[in-house]
Design a protein around this ligand. Sequence first.
Ligand code: RAT
Ligand code: ZN
Length: 433
Amino acid sequence: MTTHADRLLLERPVIEAAVHRIVADQPVTDLHTHCYTPRFGASPTPGGLLLWGIDELVTYHYLVAEVYRVVPATELPYEKFWAMSKIQQADHIWKHLFVENTPISEACRGVLTTLKLLGLDPNEKTLEPYRRWFSQQNPSDYIDRVMQIANVDSITMTNPVFDDAERAIWERDPKVGDDPRFTAVLRIDPLVRDWPGAAAKLRSWGFDAREDFSGKTVEEVRRFLRRWLDYMKAIYVAMSLPPEFKFPDPNNVGGERFIRECLLPVCAERGLPWAMMIGSKLRVNPPLGDAGDMVAKADVQAVVNLCREFPRNKFLVTMLARENQHELCVAARKFGNMLVFGCWWFLNNPVLIEEMTRMRLELLGTTIVPQHSDARVLDQLIYKWDHSRKIIAKVLTDKYADTVAAGFRLTEAHVRRDVAKLLRENFRAFLAR
Ligand code: RAT
Ligand code: ZN
């Protein structure tokens, strides 16, 4: 007897329909977001870290960058924009990007998709109707609703301990991260980007970390890492690293020693991966804030050196430059302790997601995590996953059609197994390893 799972998928339209259905039905474990549990406070409450709702969606920094292409700083100086209320900023962006221009960029389209999938008409000329709708939602219930629409089963936070506002919240409320829908990640960019500054901070928090690594620095930095990993119940450690990142690095001896002597031993002892997000050049236009960051090509050899020298460590790796993607895939073929993930930030555009997903599947089979959302605003989970799922399904359809043409007897069970790995199990298995 042929069961549903054994059903052969041999013709392209049959493959296509099955793949799109299976990809849509597969719950995602989203391994990198900037979303928070409601206990961190929620917008529009001042200081709330969980951002959600129409005004946050429309003032996403990707859209701040885009509105400055339409209304340049000579017409609206940056200080004036930042002095406006969130509502005024959102109105400005809506008018210029959604009403007076056609919202075809990926970040604009994302707002439309989100509204549509929430059951709203994205054609309103002002934001008032959306504001009324969102004001009737309660953040915690709304998280459930967004997760259900996006079909996301777990949201991984990003928890920067060097951010004073966030650290204060953790210190006030040790249970702030306890929500079964979320997991925490210890984010510590300054320890490599600015070792002397980070060491000074650690000293001010009672850890005797010295710039020249004298005394008990190594032990103390390890104590700091363990303390926060345990406190947050972090599932990995993350850093965004500059295009100049090297390992070893004679120009950043402090950063290198931190990685070698403190970070990697603690990660190995705890069985936790280190997520490296490489290629972000911060603040090339400082007054734009988060919208003022840039991309540049980075050095894949640094990743190769780390994976080879530290075989007991696990490395989650994503790179920001399109030009690095091929070399990174080849590097991943050499090292089982590396898991390539996501189409990060400026790569989160259909043309690049498709290209990267295709290349990764061709070079690495299903041993990848094709996407993460990087949602900064909770509601963005809806569009980021809707858009990416469709591209992943499209690419998989092509790959399966080629495999079938080579004589493989493809069934629904194969597709289900592969899609589960890609969207959920590969990441979970890597953590558990
Ligand atoms: O994608 C983004 O929103 C960036 O601003 C960054 O947050 C980046 O994803 C990061 O995690 O550093
Ligand atoms: Zn991010």
